[in-house]
Design a protein around this ligand. Structure first.
Ligand code: AMP
Length: 182
């Protein structure tokens, strides 16, 4: 099972990805989590990524694509995965397609977690993460609109997209997701 979770920051895709990955016994691959761990460890990747993350900007594609290439090549990722927070723009989506082609793999489904703007802001400000302050939240939503929203059309046009109403509570969203799974 290879799934891509799309949605704005605060859409709840991380929560859903984590729970489903556990049930299906496949890795939950969150580029944001990997970057945050690298920041804590003061690894080169973290040092390079931190200033972008603190400003709510996307980390450069070359870094992220390299990170994903390495992660998808690991043993535990050969039977499936859930990608959360990647791809984040059209170039990353293209790079993912090429990478999967090289690996003779393909994704099975793409889920877009649709959540109203008001609820996104409420959820993000309630999380208390370092990059969840008001200015950064605003910038992350702008970056999402400009760079990530085009992916909805990209996957819809190739008939890969399924929309999950993410406005409800965690349990309700989980069951909507489960109903859409092949
Ligand atoms: P997230 O936890 O997915 O909200 O990601 C937190 C931050 O990590 C984002 O605001 C970006 O700065 C960075 N980030 C995570 N995933 C990506 C990605 N696919 N491309 C670029 N930057 C990313």
């Amino acid at each position: 099972m290879r799934l891509i979770f799309l949605g704005a920051p605060g859409a709840g895709k991380g929560t859903q990805a984590k729970a489903l990955a556990k049930i299906k016994n496949i890795p939950h691959i969150s580029t944001g989590d990997i970057l945050r761990q690298a920041v804590v460890k003061q690894a080169t990747l973290g040092v390079l990524a931190k200033s972008y993350m603190d400003r709510g900007e996307l980390v450069p594609d070359t870094l992220i694509i390299g990170l994903i290439k390495e992660r998808l090549g690991q043993t535990d990722a050969q039977q499936g995965w859930i990608l959360d927070g990647f791809p984040r723009n059209l170039d990353q989506a293209q790079a993912l397609n090429e990478l999967l082609q090289q690996m003779k793999q393909n994704y099975d489904q793409v889920f877009y977690f649709d959540v109203s703007q008001e609820l996104l802001i409420e959820r993000m400000l309630g999380r208390g993460r370092q990059d969840d302050n008001e200015a950064t939240v605003r910038r992350r939503l702008e970056v999402y609109q400009e760079q990530t929203v085009p992916l909805i059309k990209f996957y819809r046009d190739i008939d890969s997209l399924q929309v999950v109403d993410g406005n409800a509570d965690v349990k309700t969203v989980s069951s909507s997701l489960r109903e859409l799974l092949f």
